[in-house]
Every structure is written in C-alpha cells, then in structure tokens.
Design a protein around this ligand. Structure first.
Ligand code: NAD
Length: 443
C-alpha cells in the first residue's frame, strides 16, 4: 500500500489505527487540511485554475516554457518548478495534480499520476486514442474509492444541465429518439507546420512534443497567446489532439451523455471532408447507435462539426447562430440547448404538454455548487464521487475518437465497448498509436 492515500479516515477506522504525529497522515486525511497540489501547464488554460487551487497548497508548477513558470511563480512563489512532468509527479508529499497541458500529454500524465496514487483533475479531452482512453479508465477503476478524478468539462455544473435532464426524465419531450451535438468552429490546416526558426531559449520543444512523433518547431504553434485558446493552434494536428471532436466535442458530448445516461455505442459511422493523415477534419458528421438503458429505449446520437449542421425542427431556430449546441428529440418534441439556455419545442401534433408537470424545487436533481470544489471534496474524502470522473469522461471521448476512426476507414462498423474491438479490421488497427522512444503511456 502506498503511503497516505490508503490511510484515509475510513481505512484507519477499519484497521483500528490511530492518527500518529505529523508525517504519517497528510492533507486529505482531514476534510479541513490542505492538499499538496502540482499544476502541470502553468499558464494558458492553467491560469483559469490559479484561483481555485490557491485555497490548497500549490507545492509544484510544471511547464516546458520557462517564462510560463516565472508567470506561475508570481501567484505561487513557494512552489518548486519542473520542466518535465515525469519528474514533477515524484515531488515529495504530492497529493493531487491539475493537468492543463496540450492534449497529447493528458492520458500519459493521468496514467502516471494514478499509478502514483495521486488525485487527478485533467483538462479535456482526456485522451486522443481509444487505447489511451481505455488505459486511463482501467487505471482509474482500479483506484476508484481511494482517489478522485475529474475532467475539465466545468460547464457540467451549470443548472441548465440538470434542468434539461429532469425535463427528459419526466417526459417533457416523450420517448427519446435521437440526440444531436454540434459545433461550428472551422480551423482548416493542410498539414503540420514547416520548420521555421529555432525554439526560443525559454521553450523546451522536445518536452513539448513529448510522446508525439518528431516535428519541426514553428512559432505558429504558439501564436494563440496565453489566454487559454492557444490550443486552437495545435489541437487539429493528429499527433497533438483530435480537433473539435475533443475540444468543443468534449463539452457537447458531456451534455448529451448526461442527458441520456449513455453507455458505449454499438455502432459508429462518419462522413466528412477528404481524409488528411496529418490533420483532423473540419467538416464531419458522425452517427452512433446507443442501446436502451433502464429508463429509456435505444437512442441514436449524432455529432456535426465545421459547417455541417443538423436540421432544426423549426426554421426560426438557427444552429449556426447557437454555435455549439445540443438537441434532444423525443416523440413529443425537442429540447435545444447551449451551456446556459434551453428551448422547449413541443411537437405540433402531440406535444400539448398536458402530460408534463415541471418538478417542484424540492424534487430537483441535486445542484453541483462548484465544479472544482466537487473534485476537491472528493480528494479529501474519496468515498464521494465527482460528476465528471475518468470512467464517465473516458467513454464519451472514446466514442468521439471512434467517429474519427470511422471517417478514416471510410466505413461504418459495430463496436464492442467491453472488449474495445470494432467489427472492422482496418479500424482495429487505428485504435492505438506508436509513441516516441522513451515515452510510456502507462508508466
Ligand atoms: N475546459 C475548458 O473549457 C478549456 C478551455 C481552454 C482550454 N482547455 C484545455 O486546456 C488545455 C491547454 O490549452 P491551452 O490553450 O492553455 O494550451 P497552451 O498551448 O497555452 O498550453 C497550456 C500550458 O501548458 C504548457 N505546456 C505545454 N506542454 C507542456 C508539457 N509537456 N508539460 C507541461 N506544460 C506544458 C504551456 O507552456 C502552457 O503554459 C487543452 O487541453 C485544452 O483543450 C480547456
């Protein structure tokens, strides 16, 4: 058993151990004590985490850009700095990490951290291959109840998500038939950027590449600035991300999965612009069949992006103007939503709403008052669950990646979520990838 995490209050109680003087028990052993946190990715999206992690002890900062470490030190002057996350994870006494690096490191860091018994908060997308998603999930399931995980789909805590789900559960749109997510971002690229200039002295380009194949440096990968949207400069390149499927797709799939209590799809098909081995497609649509669960029948799930938009049930509603949205279609009507808003559109014939009574306040689904606190609370008491743990979040990203695989092979296929196999040999060969020498996914 590894140190403090397995000395949680419940374990102690069960074993009859008493709390020894300092050194044996650490932060999460008491709900009021502070966690020792490392922030990996100190600037960019990392900035959005500076505020809420400051209530704990931020003991380490890790970034491949020296200037970003200097920036992070202004907020957390006592933190020790690291360039290589593999070394950061061995920081003495670490309890938990927050990952805000580029996507191609997410599953790696998550696995390494779980294997070291650290709590993990990871930005979306959690993985960029099916193998990565499944490895993280398997590591998480082996630690569930002892650690806490959360993927950064923070909009999940918006009350809109719970209100939509209540409407669906209570039959406002009748029997669910089809749920649809879409995003209208268009970031076309023709291929990896050509070599241009030398990496600045403050940037460790080799560590930025990490497990990805060798690519030459180009300053345009960094031209998006430090505001948390530099990801739009690299996430469409296949070695670094899964494009909008993982970017806004993570947020919209979270909304859909939450609304329908999904499990793995049983079939996948996709169509879009011509396949490019270096860059993920801008224009794409993917369709999946989801089996019935204990409260609804089978449901089709579709995703549209990059200019292909779903047809709206009423011409007065503009999917493009909504930008990133979700639609739930039942046999009595539609709910059309973005993060904060929902429109209910009863079917002209059957949707008279006499069959539907909105919930009383006391019967509403419990509120998630703070997405980040939801994770911190579970770090301090891992018997508590989080709303977007690695089991839930790894499944919808696995589904989205399967959509990209179907686009690549140009054929639909069946999927067995238990074994992780498709019915298509060409697709099965695309579920994992080779990494650069020296990088291990599950280290
Ligand atoms: N949840 C959300 O709503 C949301 C919003 C924006 C971005 N994001 C996610 O945040 C992540 C980062 O996006 P970004 O736009 O900030 O990117 P970015 O390119 O600005 O990188 C973020 C930080 O990570 C550092 N970094 C890069 N490689 C690293 C490595 N190997 N080890 C340690 N640090 C490293 C960078 O120097 C930078 O400080 C992406 O995965 C993105 O999807 C999520």
């Amino acid at each position: 058993m590894n140190r403090r995490h397995f000395l949680s209050k419940s374990t102690l109680a069960a074993s009859g151990l008493t709390i020894l003087p300092s050194g044996l028990l650490r932060a999460q052993d008491g709900p009021n004590s502070k966690l020792n946190i490392a922030l990996i990715g100190a600037s960019g999206r990392g900035n959005a985490h500076h505020g809420w992690i400051a209530q704990e002890s931020v003991v380490a900062l890790c970034d491949v850009d020296e200037e970003h470490l200097v920036h992070g030190l202004k907020k957390f002057p006592k933190a020790k700095t690291y360039r290589d996350w593999r070394k950061c994870l061995d920081h003495p006494g670490l309890d938990a990490i927050v990952i805000a690096t580029p996507d191609h490191h997410h599953a790696f860091i998550s696995n390494w951290a779980l294997n070291r018994n650290l709590h993990v908060y990871c930005e979306k997308p959690l993985a960029i291959t099916v193998e990565e998603a499944r490895t993280v999930r398997s590591n998480w399931l082996s630690k569930k109840g002892k650690l806490a995980t959360q993927v950064g789909t923070q909009m999940h805590a918006q009350p809109n998500y719970a209100r939509m789900k209540e409407m669906i559960l209570d039959g406002a749109i009748g029997q669910l038939q089809h749920v649809i997510g879409w995003g209208n971002r268009k970031l076309p690229r023709s291929g990896y950027l050509k070599a241009e200039g030398k990496p600045p002295a403050n940037l460790d380009w080799d560590l930025w590449l990490g497990p990805a194949s060798e690519h030459p440096y180009n300053p345009d990968y960094f031209s998006g600035g430090d505001g948390g949207s530099n990801c739009l400069k690299w996430n469409m390149f296949r070695d670094f991300g899964v494009g909008q499927m993982g970017d806004m797709g993570s947020h919209m799939m979270d909304m859909l999965w939450n609304g329908i209590d999904a499990s793995f799809p049983t079939s996948v098909k996709a169509a879009g612009e011509t396949f490019n081995p270096e860059v993920t497609p801008v224009q794409l649509e993917a369709h999946f069949e989801h089996p019935a669960n204990d409260w609804r029948g089978p449901v089709r799930l579709s995703w549209y992006q990059g200019g292909v938009l779903p047809r709206m049930p009423y011409r007065g509603i503009n999917a493009d103007a909504i930008g990133h949205g979700a639609m739930f279609k039942g046999d009595k009507g539609f709910i059309i939503a973005d993060y904060h808003n929902r429109l209910m559109l009863p079917d002209a014939k059957d949707g008279d709403l006499t069959y539907y009574t909105p919930r009383k306040t006391e019967d509403q689904l419990p509120a998630i008052s703070s997405f980040h606190q939801n994770w911190l609370d579970a770090c301090k008491d891992p018997s508590k669950s989080t709303c977007c743990d690695f089991e839930y979040s790894s499944q919808y990203i696995e589904q989205m990646i399967l959509g990209l695989v179907a686009h690549q092979v140009g054929e639909g296929f069946d999927y067995d979520g238990k074994t992780g196999n498709t019915s298509n040999a060409k697709a099965n060969a695309l579920l994992s990838r080779e990494y650069r020498k020296g990088w291990t996914l599950n280290g």
